[in-house]
Write a protein that binds this ligand. Structure first.
Ligand SMILES: Cc1cc2nc3c(=O)[nH]c(=O)nc-3n(C[C@H](O)[C@H](O)[C@H](O)COP(=O)(O)OP(=O)(O)OC[C@H]3O[C@@H](n4cnc5c(N)ncnc54)[C@H](O)[C@@H]3O)c2cc1C
Length: 377
């Protein structure tokens, strides 16, 4: 009988895992991949959309193009997960498997920051980035605040990239002199595992007149007074607020009993949960590594190696390396890169690569190679 594998969520983790299983086994394995959305988008595309660099349509990668031998894609919403029975219920049916992999990502808790939903100004969801596109377009005078409500948050460099891209956007419009930009981060530095990357970013902020407020989080917004309230009670007035909401596990995962302290605990090397035959990869899993697509993908590779060994019966298991490279938009067409490694030393380490035009083409290749590999586009 074929091994049945259920993969919950077709983001970075789910897409890579399904692709690897298809490559290894073709239709000798029965893989079911479930996602509620009609398309995937790269996280960084949200910045492109918000700053008017790409249209929302141009960055959507439709799942109808995800065609892999042995993989059945179901566009359904998961409403319940029973990890003990390795069973999920969706709005259209119920599915059981020999192996279940939870790759449902992180959701946002807008209500944790009073005033944030009233203002409608977060850019971390696809809908939010599309909504903010108009607000950013219309902004030509006053104070812009980019603020994060809580750590952990996806792609730690992204709020810094947002500040630098906003500077470029306003400069191109000829209105930078009439605008102030302030960046509020709950972390002590923009990229804590790499002091060199953090120094470069803080240097770029100061060259561009961007005010950086570290170690503070946005506690609430007062849309009536147009004021951001930080966790020490201080206030920052804004005319444009660009927010990163508090992250949380999707409700269906919380209700499944798999989450502890907000996320799903796993063995950080094998990605196994405490439920036999159930793994968790990507943003949903508590591995001690950042919430970023490259890390979700690396975790998926480790699970694919373990499943391949298990199905072939050779007993080897894959190990998650906890390492990955993140591209960072520095503005002015240049991109930097930080290679971070969380597991091989006593503490996380990062290696910084200076911004260059050459790294822009490397980032473009990062996107186009995955678009081709997963979607054949
Ligand atoms: C502005 C921004 C910039 C970023 N830049 C980068 C970057 O440059 N590099 C990088 O590596 N990462 C970046 N990221 C982070 C990256 O997008 C995420 O970390 C990554 O997508 C996580 O992968 P995942 O597989 O864990 O989850 P996701 O990719 O979030 O996938 C989860 C999937 O689960 C589905 N799902 C959730 N709940 C249900 C349900 N109940 N039923 C059915 N389906 C469901 C969702 O529809 C989604 O498709 C960025 C993120 C943002 C917001």
């Amino acid at each position: 009988m074929k091994t049945r594998v259920l993969i919950l969520g077709a983001g970075f983790g789910g897409l890579e895992l399904s692709t690897l299983l298809s490559e290894a086994f073709g239709d000798e394995v029965d893989v079911t991949l479930i996602d509620k959305n009609e398309h995937f988008i790269f996280g960084y595309s949200k910045l492109d959309v918000m700053f008017g660099l790409k249209t929302p349509e141009a960055v959507r990668l439709p799942y109808r193009n995800f065609v892999k031998t042995g993989v059945r894609f179901l566009r359904q919403t998961i409403t319940a997960i029973d990890p003990g029975a390795r069973r999920v219920t969706t709005d259209a049916g119920s599915y059981e498997a020999d192996v279940m992999v939870v790759a449902l990502g992180a959701d946002y808790d807008l209500d944790a920051t009073p005033g944030l939903s009233d203002e409608g100004s977060e850019f971390y969801s696809e809908a939010g980035a599309e909504r903010m596109r108009g607000m950013v377009h219309d902004f030509s005078k006053g104070r812009a605040v980019i603020g994060v409500s809580a750590a952990p948050y996806k792609c730690p460099p992204a709020p810094s990239e947002c500040a630098l891209l906003l500077h470029d956007h306003l400069t191109k419009k000829g209105v930078r002199g009439r605008c102030e930009i302030t960046l509020v981060l709950p972390l002590g530095s923009p990229v804590p595992p790499s002091p060199e990357t953090s120094r470069a970013l803080v240097g770029a902020f100061s060259e561009r007149g961007i005010k950086f407020v570290p170690s503070r989080r946005v506690a609430s917004l007062d849309p009536g007074r147009r004021v951001t309230v930080l966790d020490d009670g201080s206030e920052l007035p804004y005319d444009l607020f660009l927010g990163v909401p508090k992250h949380r596990a999707p409700k269906v995962v919380e209700e499944s009993g798999m989450a502890e302290d907000g996320w799903v605990p796993v063995n950080p090397r094998t990605l196994e949960t405490r439920f036999p035959g159930v793994y968790a990869v990507g943003d949903i899993a508590n591995t001690g590594t950042p919430k970023a697509g490259v890390f979700a993908e690396a975790a998926a590779r480790a699970v694919a190696a373990s499943l391949t060994a298990r199905i072939r019966g050779d007993g080897q298991s894959g190990a998650y390396t906890g390492a990955g490279s993140c591209y960072i938009e520095f503005g002015a067409g240049k991109i930097g890169r930080v290679d971070v490694d969380f597991f091989s030393g006593p503490s996380p380490r990062g290696t910084y690569h200076e911004p260059s035009v050459a790294l822009r083409s490397e980032k473009e290749h990062f996107g186009s190679s995955r678009r081709a590999r997963w979607f054949g586009l």
